[in-house]
Write a protein that binds this ligand. Structure first.
Ligand SMILES: [Zn+2]
Length: 387
């Protein structure tokens, strides 16, 4: 963490590796815990570099797995297993699929909750079929097709496989993720308000995601494969679905009038809400999305000089049963002189250089702004800061 804090050559923020700091009571979470000093250091580094992110080992759905559970840095969570040991190491998500939830709501029409669920069930069936098809395709590959992952016995279950064996016995330990995008726009389309705006919408949103999770649990029993509910990061789909839906259903306020759909169950990024309310609302969805979840808060600037406030946010996250979270703020760096902070002009206030690197976190990993697609750039511009 000290090396990460120092940065690269001229002190630039490292984009990778993506550090995840695991929080646990009795280990590092509270003052007096043996590694509380490391938690303090992690917060100091995160308040400077946006990494580490934080995962909560005591949340209701993580606690039972002890120290075996860990998150992949983008949000993926692989742990439950109907075919073998329940650990995160040596396994992964085999295939994800993302449901365009707003499309289902638009098709059903405003107020038609029953019609929505009917169509939702059809789409869930389709997703299941698609994942089974992908699983079967991959399962028929041979160990010799994947000489590193399977040949070197890195994947759980590949230990006793021979070169000409199919990899089914190994990848049945992986997960099949059914994800979704745009819960907020879905609720807008169905009842005119999203889950940040009204309690009724929050309850309906919770029921929708719970329905998806129950489907995954049922399919897990039916097929003896690990189906999981996934809060899709949607790097590509966030901008892809909206133009299609706008063309078909027209310009609808709060639904198709933006360049992107909101990430999974997140409260819309342009909605004014306090940090604490946002965390409380999104916290309810972490336990449902067992295949991966993340929540963010957006700060106007770094909390480098106020680590206490940083800690307050993380403690509240723990109270709201959050599993995994990141605290975001803008990082601008001058590539010429190494100046670091928020650079609001086009050039560096220290040396005048126009060679500026702007680092943001919009999905899972850090990235520089010039690498975002148009939808993600638009989302970035609309993000309001939480106070
Ligand atoms: Zn400079």
């Amino acid at each position: 963490m000290e090396a990460f804090d120092r940065g690269l050559g001229k002190g630039e923020s490292p984009i990778f590796p993506n550090l995840v700091f695991r929080l646990k009571k009795g280990v590092n979470f509270d003052e007096g815990d043996p590694n509380y000093d490391l938690f303090k250091l992690a917060m100091k580094v995160a308040a400077h570099r946006m990494n580490p992110t934080f995962s909560f080992m005591d949340s209701s759905f993580n606690a039972k797995y002890g120290d075996e559970i860990s998150y992949m840095g983008c949000r993926t969570r692989t742990i439950a297993n109907v075919n073998g040991r329940e650990v995160s190491a040596g396994r992964g998500n085999i295939a994800p699929v993302t449901i365009n939830l707003p499309r289902i709501a638009l098709k059903a029409g405003k107020g038609n909750i029953e019609g929505f669920y009917k169509e939702f069930d059809k789409v869930l069936e389709l997703c299941t079929k698609q994942l089974i098809h992908r699983f079967e395709t991959i399962a028929n590959l041979k160990v010799k097709d994947l000489p590193f992952l399977m040949g070197q016995k890195l994947y759980m279950g590949s230990e006793n496989l021979k070169d000409d064996d199919c990899i089914r016995e190994a990848i049945k330990n992986g997960t099949l993720g059914i994800g979704f995008i745009g819960l907020a726009e879905t609720l807008k389309a169905l009842i005119g308000k999203h889950h940040g705006e009204s309690k009724e919408a929050l309850e309906l949103g919770y029921d929708i995601v719970k329905h998806l999770r129950e489907h995954c649990d049922n399919m897990t029993k039916k097929y003896m494969l690990n189906f999981v509910a996934y809060a899709t990061p949607a790097e590509g789909t966030s901008g892809r679905f909206v133009p299609q839906d706008r063309k078909k259903y027209g310009l609808i306020e709060g639904v198709t009038d933006n360049d992107f759909y909101t990430n999974s169950y997140h409260v819309p990024v342009n909605y004014e809400i306090s940090i604490f309310d946002k965390i409380e609302i999104e916290g309810r969805f972490h336990s449902l999305c067992n295949g991966g979840h993340i929540s963010y808060v957006e700060l106007p600037s770094s909390l480098e000089h106020n680590v206490d406030a940083f800690e307050k946010i993380l403690k509240w996250m723990a109270k709201c049963d959050i599993g995994y979270a990141g605290i975001n703020f803008p990082i601008d760096e001058c590539k010429t002189c190494g100046h670091n902070g928020i650079i609001s002009e086009d050039n560096c206030p220290e040396c005048g250089s126009y060679d500026i690197r702007r680092i943001r976190r919009i999905t899972g990993y850090l990235s520089t702004v010039d690498r975002f697609n148009d939808a993600k750039k638009s989302e970035l511009e609309q993000r309001v800061k939480h106070c």
